[in-house]
Design a protein around this ligand. Structure first.
Ligand SMILES: [Zn+2]
Length: 437
């Protein structure tokens, strides 16, 4: 079966100082329109509460109408940027407002969404999405063209995408520019035609647990080590974190450390993502069913423990990548219920330990005496979940929350591509290569 899938290709940019100014101006424009719209909505909500009969702009079209009416006055400099910049900001706001109202009315699952907040200069992820105009990957394979900003040099070759576009097996939909730490990226969202296997004859089941001291542990007993460069970056990361704690608030040294920390963080994330890409491709292509853990993603970022935070983001990334790759390769992804105690359960006899701290690297069963590496035990439990479900009839067990078939996983992968609200840095299948932070 052939199917159209949405895929992201991301490239690190090498802009001239002038182009950097233009990139920053566009993402700044997006942030401005977002904050402007948010303030408008907040004011109108207050007016409504006070009993006044005022229009409440909520959708992108309504917000855009209000913006066009007000832009000459509130942002007389608006012609400096493409109108897509302001559209990006308003689009992100409309999504945030919808998420909030859906969450309140129970239409949206998951953690309750807060009312959108202002995007502060140094905290918000800056991005601007272009959907029309001159969006091109140039034949030199070292340059891309964007509306208003012009021809930009890329750090790595664009050949993987360029080849697909030239052959006609991909169609470009949009380009999003974004900045992470000190680096600018462009991410192309394209429609790609792929052959999707409809049936999966492989019967193997593998459970995967992501760790910190190693990249992952499989239920087969195989340990996938961390890339060596990652270890160095992690050490540096810990050192900078300690250094940051000693710096005086709002001092110049503090801002130096903050920038260095941000760069190191990006580097750690990139190395890990690259390694996870390789791992997930192998798993999706070679296994019949892959079982991973469901994570409480909302709690991730608030976790103060560095090690746990890194492992958790790795797990979330692993799951996301497997989501679409299992669809591509015709294998199946099963996500265990969030409350399934994979680390605390004995993989031999099923006894559940009351409390297992992060420092305990070895699982010791008090019922049957099993002694096993903590992550391996967890991975075995994940694999067992599917094996027991398979024995008792797959369909009947979906209520356990164990089944997330490939169909749903595919949708998850696509949904993230849809707008500026998603992170283009995470949608790519091509990772920035050949550069160091
Ligand atoms: Zn046991």
């Amino acid at each position: 079966m052939r199917a159209i899938v949405i895929q992201g290709y991301q490239f690190a940019l090498d802009p001239t100082p002038r182009q950097q100014g233009s990139l920053a101006s566009h993402t700044g424009g997006a942030r401005f329109s977002y904050n402007w719209g948010l303030e408008l909505v907040t004011t109108r909500l207050a007016q409504r509460r006070a009993g006044q009969d005022v229009q409440l702009p909520w959708t992108l079209a309504e917000l855009r109408r209000e913006w066009n009416r007000a832009k000459d006055e509130v942002a007389p400099w608006w012609p400096e940027n493409s109108k897509e910049a302001y559209n990006s900001g308003l689009d992100a706001l409309a999504r945030a407002l919808k998420n909030w109202s859906d969450s309140r009315s129970g239409r949206r699952k998951g953690r309750p969404m807060g009312f959108p907040r202002r995007r502060k200069k140094h905290h918000a992820r800056v991005a601007c999405r272009f959907t029309t105009g001159q969006i091109k990957v140039l034949p030199s394979r070292k340059h891309v063209q964007l509306p208003r900003i012009g021809v930009l040099k890329t750090h790595e070759s664009t050949r993987k995408l360029a080849r697909r576009l030239e052959q006609g097996s991909a169609r470009s939909l949009a380009a999003t520019i974004s900045r992470r730490a000190d680096r600018w990226f462009v991410s192309f969202t394209v429609e790609v035609e792929r052959a999707i296997p409809t049936s999966n004859r492989r019967t193997s089941v593998v459970g995967v647990d992501v760790g910190v001291r190693h990249l992952a542990v499989l239920s087969t007993g195989q340990t996938i080590p961390n890339p060596r460069v990652l270890e160095q970056s992690l050490r540096r990361f810990r050192r900078l974190n300690r250094e940051m704690a000693r710096r005086m608030p709002s001092s110049r040294r503090r801002s130096w450390t903050r920038r260095r920390l941000a760069r190191t963080h990006t580097r750690v994330a990139n190395i890990r993502r690259d390694a996870l890409h390789k791992l997930t491709t192998t798993l999706a292509a070679e296994q019949g069913t892959v079982v991973v853990e469901q994570l409480n993603v909302a709690g991730l970022l608030r976790n103060r423990h560095l090690a746990r935070a890194i492992a958790d983001t790795g797990m979330a990334e692993l799951r996301r990548l497997l989501g679409y790759k299992t669809t591509w390769y015709g294998s199946r992804l099963v996500v265990a219920d969030r409350f399934y105690p994979s680390s605390k359960t004995c993989s031999r006899c099923g006894w559940v330990k009351a409390k297992l701290t992060l420092a305990e690297r070895t699982f010791i069963c008090e019922a049957c005496g099993l002694v096993m590496d903590r992550d391996l035990n967890a991975a075995r439990n994940l694999a067992k979940l599917v094996q027991s479900v398979a024995q008792s009839g797959w369909e009947t067990q979906t209520a356990r929350g164990a089944d997330r078939g490939t169909q749903l996983a595919g949708q998850v992968a696509m949904k993230r591509e849809a707008g500026t609200g998603s992170c283009p840095g995470e949608t790519g299948t091509v990772q920035p290569q050949g550069w160091t932070a």
